[in-house]
Design a protein around this ligand. Structure first.
Ligand SMILES: Cc1ncc(COP(=O)(O)O)c(C=O)c1O
Length: 372
């Protein structure tokens, strides 16, 4: 065991544990003769909306599409601005630019690495149409306070829940706080498909109708008729919907295991001066990624690599520094907390099927590193 590589994720372990349920789901779809916009999508949309405590959900092809279509449904187009953070991998930026709006970056809190209400307030201008709040690494942002700022200024709230399936604050799940909640079911997510998929959860009837139309060429009421919007082709297929329906009942159990893994890391390493996201409420955190902060990031990553332990950096480049973004927006003023945290973050393995021995081995290597 000592030198067996430990991957960042191992989806084959999940596939083995869930093999019969996954095969059954796929076989049901194969035999049905319906592969897009069929009964499995309808069923998953109902079950996932209910799970999130929302009235509706609209299945789409990816999390990035979910964000783009939500922005379009909320009229975030040319001439409007959308506030978001710059430390969340660029997905929101991509969606905002594809929608034709301009991203405006708000700084984060050093303890949670999430957008603060003060930073949101500061970023709002008369052109602001919406904010995308990202619940990063599995930790929910302070939706109460952020929602109040948004309401005061009359802007829409879109939650990016791609890393926070099942998290909740005050008994309300991620995705049910904003006007729309966007999810990715990319395979490594807390709820992951066997390919790409995403969805938007909403209580708003108008957004619901518009999203249904936007995901399918802008068609509304009848095929081949696009009376309101030019849409995309962004449908969740029946195979992914059936797979996700089979996996959804296991999400809470997996989230508990993820939280448990990060608790082990935290209890062993926080006393040694390594920093973790500060979690105020246990239920608000579903431990999508275990992100450790240290000034010795690069050396620690090197050390773990020598021990065949995979790590990653989520994310290495602030959105406003991406050359492709600078080409469009020009140079932006750097955000102090974002800049300070970026070179310190390191993601260590955290997935429900990890063994306790693997977690203990990684902790041992990191402890050893700190003591030297
Ligand atoms: C925070 C966040 N938002 C959006 C996305 C985009 O999702 P997708 O890869 O399904 O487009 C991801 C993941 O990839 C993500 O981590």
């Amino acid at each position: 065991l000592q030198n067996n590589p430990i991957p960042l994720h191992d989806l084959s372990r999940r596939a083995r544990a869930m093999e019969s349920a996954l095969r059954e789901a796929c076989e049901a779809v194969i035999g049905s003769g319906r592969y897009v916009m069929g009964p499995w999508l309808e069923r998953f949309e109902k079950e996932f909306a209910a799970y999130c405590g929302g009235r509706h959900s609209v299945g789409v092809a990816s999390g990035t599409d979910a964000l783009e279509l939500a922005l379009k449904a909320a009229d975030c187009g040319p001439g409007t601005e959308v506030v978001t953070v710059a430390n969340a991998g660029g997905y929101a930026t991509t969606a905002i630019l594809h929608a034709g709006a301009k991203p405006i970056y708000a700084d984060i809190d050093a303890a949670t690495l999430l957008m603060t209400p003060q930073a949101l307030e500061k970023a709002i201008t008369p052109a602001t149409q919406a904010v995308i709040v990202t619940h990063l690494y599995g930790l929910m942002a302070d939706m109460q306070a952020l929602g109040e700022v948004a309401r005061t200024h009359g802007i829409r709230v879109i939650e990016d829940c791609a890393q926070a399936h099942g998290a909740s604050r005050q008994g309300r799940k991620a995705g049910s706080w904003g006007d729309m909640g966007c999810f990715s079911f990319y395979p490594t997510k807390n709820l992951g498909a066997l390919g790409d998929a995403g969805c938007v959860v909403t209580d708003n009837e108008e957004f619901f109708r518009r999203l249904q139309s936007l995901r399918q060429y802008g068609w509304r009421d009848a095929k081949y008729h696009s009376p309101v919007d030019i849409g995309n082709n962004s449908r969740m297929d029946e195979l992914q919907a059936a797979v996700l329906t089979a996996l959804l009942p296991h999400l809470d159990r997996w989230n508990i295991r993820r939280r448990d893994i990060v608790r082990h890391y935290r209890e062993a390493l926080e006393p040694l001066g390594l920093r973790f996201q500060q979690v105020g409420h246990e239920q608000a955190y579903v431990a999508h990624l275990c992100v450790i902060r240290t000034a010795e990031r690069d050396r620690l990553q090197q050390r773990l690599q020598e021990e065949s332990i995979a790590t990653d950096i989520h994310y290495p480049v602030a959105d406003y520094r991406q050359p492709a973004v600078v080409k469009i927006l020009g140079a932006s003023a750097p955000l102090p907390v974002t800049e300070e945290c970026l070179p310190q973050i390191l993601t260590t393995p955290c997935f429900p099927e990890m063994s306790d021995e693997e977690v203990a081995r990684i902790i041992g290597v990191i402890k050893d590193f700190v003591h030297k």
